[in-house]
Design a protein around this ligand. Structure first.
Ligand SMILES: [Cu+2]
Length: 139
């Protein structure tokens, strides 16, 4: 094989490896998240690429209501206020879903900007108890 062909073959391999890593709007990467009895998300740390679209498949096998809210610290604080005022309880919106006991739901989310985000549950003191995780959006 000529050098040029080797070079092209290596390039194609690298490109296909990248394509299978980062999810797109048309082909989101699937990430499974489980809510646990000790008020945790499993996994509680997720790395994504800037611009990547992820299909979170979230399941709640516990006996409690939980939320899965994606956002930066301002958005998390805003959502926590809504929950305390009784407005935001367990309704689905962009970047947020509520799950009753035994429920599983999907949330498709595109991480537009690099930075640090959180996943969190703001049901009655769950966030304070540690029901939160880190999403690192790599540039
Ligand atoms: Cu919770």
């Amino acid at each position: 094989m000529s050098r040029l062909l080797l070079f092209l073959a290596a390039g194609a391999l690298i490109m296909s490896a990248c394509a299978s890593e980062a999810g797109t709007v048309d082909a989101p990467r699937r990430v499974d998240v489980v809510m646990t009895d000790d008020l945790r998300f499993d996994p509680d740390s997720i790395a994504v690429r800037e611009g990547e679209t992820v299909r979170f498949t979230v399941s709640n096998p516990t006996a409690l209501d939980h939320e899965f809210v994606i956002g930066d610290s301002d958005e998390q604080a805003h959502h926590a206020e809504e929950m305390m005022s009784g407005e935001g309880i367990m309704h689905d919106e962009e970047g947020a879903i509520g799950l009753a006991p035994g429920e599983s739901k999907e949330l498709v989310y595109t991480f537009a900007e690099a930075g640090e985000l959180e996943i969190a549950c703001h049901v009655d003191g769950h966030y304070e108890a540690g029901m939160r995780g880190a999403v690192t959006v790599e540039p």
